[in-house]
Write a protein that binds this ligand. Sequence first.
Ligand code: AMP
Length: 115
Amino acid sequence: MASDCIFCRIASGAIPASLVYQDEHVVAFPDVHPQAPTHVLVVPRKHIGSLAELDDADLAGKLLLAVAEVARRGGVAERGFRTIINTGAEGGQTVPHLHFHLLAGRKFAEGSLGE
Ligand code: AMP
């Protein structure tokens, strides 16, 4: 855990958050500035700075399965959702702890990869 990392502090319980999913390796909680009716962040408990630093295939699979489980629990799996991972400065990442955005509850442009 990085003591100065906000997502490490949420994952450890040092900062209270309403977790919508948790297991041994992964936690998920609502984004504080939601961009859609459902906007959840899925993060590893272990501090990994970004996708560019991820080298654990087992954890990668666990994270992806957690995203799907959060979508099912949130009731958005059937209608559909968007999953985004911003990486590094040019990728638009602002919190340096790997996280998946799960967005749902509104229509996203087909085929859009954003700005
Ligand atoms: P990114 O720009 O991909 O790094 O996304 C970081 C996200 O974290 C943004 O959507 C923020 O709104 C969100 N965020 C920052 N601090 C918190 C927090 N304490 N709790 C929940 N979401 C947060």
